[in-house]
Design a protein around this ligand. Structure first.
Ligand code: NAP
Length: 463
């Protein structure tokens, strides 16, 4: 294939498949088709749309093993995590198949007997999505399910590293009976497709998950046609362990939130803040758990930590480790790599750093890798100050069994998602999203369908 994306397995560097890059004309035609099909899809009643989304979910469940296998091949995550992601993706379809039936309007008492005031909600139109490689199924499902349920049509550009999961999901949607132009994909350069999406008169909404700089560009570019925008952007999650926390429980939960997907998640703990009186005890337990994690090919059932997605990601993580060491951090475990630049695979063993300070890059930049920096605090107020000292505001975690400490932390942490004694708060029925430079809007829950709806107010007079 001449103009194609080479999708490789990050665990081996081997080519999996070549995917056709769409031409500008093909992308424009797809946008036109999505716009045209909006006219019929938006008029189908919500119960019928729900039935089709249910049928899609059923197909995903029937093809769970194949989908998870594709995901592990192109993303590298352990198969057990990929199987979990397939279930998690389907849970968004299940939730929004139901939620689409509950897009209610309202009537407002009028100020005169001769009027009636009615408020209805209608779908925004064609939705264009751009998604990252770290959750190739779930990041799409969280957008496509509410969009289709609301009556919008949908087009996606998946990440160049992981287009195969999205392609398979869309094939299954079509097999389930969702019309071809109601849900579509295109592939190619993010920059070029981003520009085609944002300048298109047919696209009424841009929904993006990815890095904050790209999110800012998409918001700016959407301004020329005043499109709706939803942004799920970067994070730099603090994880606070209070003096009274159950340390065994906190250590296990911190391992899960830090090392899932080899630390390549937007909500993974990026700064571990531990009360000074327990920092040594916690660190000992945490390191013991980190040492148990097995690094390897995600297809191997023993694997806990798969590869880093690419060389750029690897270089960034290694530079953060080196910067921390240069500035005085101590390596307790890890800082070990299995790398073959020629073949194209990059593994980083779980790394725990102690004596981390605010001057180190890792305390400011998103790491996106299996590195856990530990620092200590004296008071809970100081912990909040450190936690909030970032432009990001996606997820935060804390461990305490003291309700006053917990309530204080909940109320003072400037983050959209907060886990209290919970390292895995995400669920289809709860609103996921960030404050500050971590995003705009929420995905999941009641809130997740609102960004796909317009409010229309009707005033009937002369009665
Ligand atoms: P990225 O570089 O922003 O890429 C994400 C997507 O944007 C890819 O499809 C990419 O396409 C596309 N893209 C790149 N440049 C673009 C441009 N100029 N215009 C339009 N689209 C463009 O992010 P990433 O490094 O792949 O993903 C990791 C980031 O995503 C992290 O910051 C992470 O925190 C964030 N994330 C956030 C959430 C959340 O829910 N808040 C969830 C997951 C990940 P190509 O692949 O073709 O470059």
């Amino acid at each position: 294939m001449t103009n194609s994306i080479k999708v490789t397995n990050p665990a081996t560097g081997e080519l999996i498949q070549e995917v056709k890059v769409n031409s500008e004309d093909e992308i424009k035609q797809a946008l036109k088709n999505g716009h045209e099909s909006f006219k019929s899809w938006s008029k189908i009643n919500a119960h019928e749309r729900s039935r089709l989304i249910d049928a899609w979910s059923q197909k995903i469940k029937e093809n769970k093993e194949e989908l998870a296998h594709i995901m592990t091949l192109e993303n590298g995550k352990p198969l057990k995590e990929a199987l979990g992601e397939v279930d998690y993706s389907a849970s968004y379809l299940d939730w929004y198949a139901e939620e689409g039936k509950r897009v209610y309007g309202r009537t407002i008492p009028a100020h005169t007997e001769s009027k009636r005031i009615i408020v209805t909600q209608q779908p925004v139109g064609l939705v264009a999505a751009i998604t990252p490689w770290n959750f190739p199924g779930a990041m799409m499902a969280r957008k496509a399910a509410p969009a289709l349920a609301a009556g919008c049509t949908f087009i996606i550009k998946p990440a160049a590293e992981t287009p195969l999961t999205a392609i398979k999901l869309i094939e299954l949607a079509h097999e389930a009976g969702i019309p071809e132009h109601v849900i579509q994909y295109v592939n190619g350069s993010g920059k070029q497709i981003g520009e085609l999406f944002t300048e298109s008169e047919y696209v009424r909404k841009i929904t993006f998950t990815g890095s904050t700089p790209v999110g800012k560009t998409l918001i700016q570019d959407s301004a020329s046609t005043i499109k709706h925008v939803s942004m799920e952007l970067g994070g730099h999650a603090p994880l606070i362990i209070a003096e009274d926390a159950d340390l065994d429980f906190a250590a296990k939960q911190t391992i899960a939130t830090k090392f899932r997907n080899a630390g390549q998640t937007c909500v993974c703990a990026n700064r571990i803040l531990v009360h000074e009186s327990i920092v040594d005890a916690f660190t000992e337990k945490f390191v013991a758990e980190a040492e148990k994690l097995k690094v390897g090919n995600g297809l191997d059932s023993e694997t806990d930590i798969g590869p880093i997605i690419n060389e750029k990601g690897f270089d960034k993580i290694v530079s953060q480790i080196n910067n921390a060491i240069e500035k005085g951090a101590q390596v307790l475990v890890g800082n070990k790599f299995d790398v073959d630049k020629e073949k194209g695979y990059f593994f980083i063993h779980p790394t725990v750093l102690k004596n981390v300070t605010a001057e180190m890059d890792i305390m400011h930049e998103e790491t996106f890798g299996p590195v856990a920096p530990i620092t200590s605090f004296k008071t809970i107020e100081e912990a909040v100050e450190i936690a909030n000292s970032t432009p990001y505001g996606l997820a935060a975690y804390f461990f305490t069994n003291n309700y006053q400490t917990g309530t204080y932390l909940h109320e003072n942490l400037d983050f959209g998602i907060v886990g209290w004694n919970d390292g895995a708060p995400s669920a289809a029925h709860a609103p996921f999203g960030g404050m500050k430079e971590s995003g705009l809007g929420r995905e999941g829950g009641l809130e997740g369908i609102e960004p796909y709806l317009e409010t229309k107010y009707l005033s009937i007079g002369n009665l």
